[in-house]
Write a protein that binds this ligand. Sequence first.
Ligand code: THG
Length: 262
Amino acid sequence: MFVIGECINGTTPAVKEAIQNKDAEFFRDLTRRQEAAGASAIDVNVGPAVSDRKAGLLWLVEVVRSVTDLPLSIDTAKWDIMKEVVPQVPGEIVINSTKADPELVSDYVGLAVEHNARLIGLTIDADGVPSTTEKRVELGAQIVAMAMEGGLDIDRLYIDTIILPVNVSPKTPLVCLSAISQIRMFSDPSPHMVLGLSNVSQRCNNRGLINSTYLAMAMGHGLDAAIMDPLDTELMNTVITGDLLKEKMIYCDSYLEAARGS
Ligand code: THG
């Protein structure tokens, strides 16, 4: 599993406060802890914390990059910000994300190719998040086709079928699972499949349990990447055990410790 650590997100109150106070040590620590817990990449999302989001994101990127060589997932919905920030990020980059609108996708694909970045494509179009599996698959296939056309290595493409909170959108968890299986089957080579896992449990009780159960189900359908909380030890145990059961590693009694390198 490609684990993108979600903890640096300006919508979280403590993170918002740290951004406003320019508390660099807070972010150096949060970066180091996510990497130590097994994150494969670090999401950087400035959220609504500052009025100048571009400057805020650039500051965050610089602070996070000073303590890690992991890929940085640049998380903004704004093309104007993405196109200016990405060229200024040293090292590996995940562009998070583009929607499925055709003109938009070709610009993002071009940016990803130019900077040898990974790209996350959302199955959202001008009509918003689709309610059906079929529309998600159609938009996923459209992004894959445009990525191929634009010369992006499909191994660098991550399709996100958009998971919503189960308390307000009870059909979405199953709809996403079938979309993940179908997108995986449709295209050869297949893109990677990713979700913003914590969305599924927002404003619910038993968040950790809902996240880890859904992660296991989604891994069973072909999910191989997640934006998630690597500091949740049980959730990381589910990641490692899912990898074991998908034959990504060989069993030994101490497989959890072995996977953690401890
Ligand atoms: N797809 C893609 N990118 C995304 C999302 C997605 N980026 C943002 C988001 N969705 C994924 N990231 C988060 C980060 C935090 C939370 C949820 C999703 C979250 N945080 C807790 C909260 O606000 O209540 C606080 C965390 C804590 O302090 O424990 O829920 O879907 N491509």
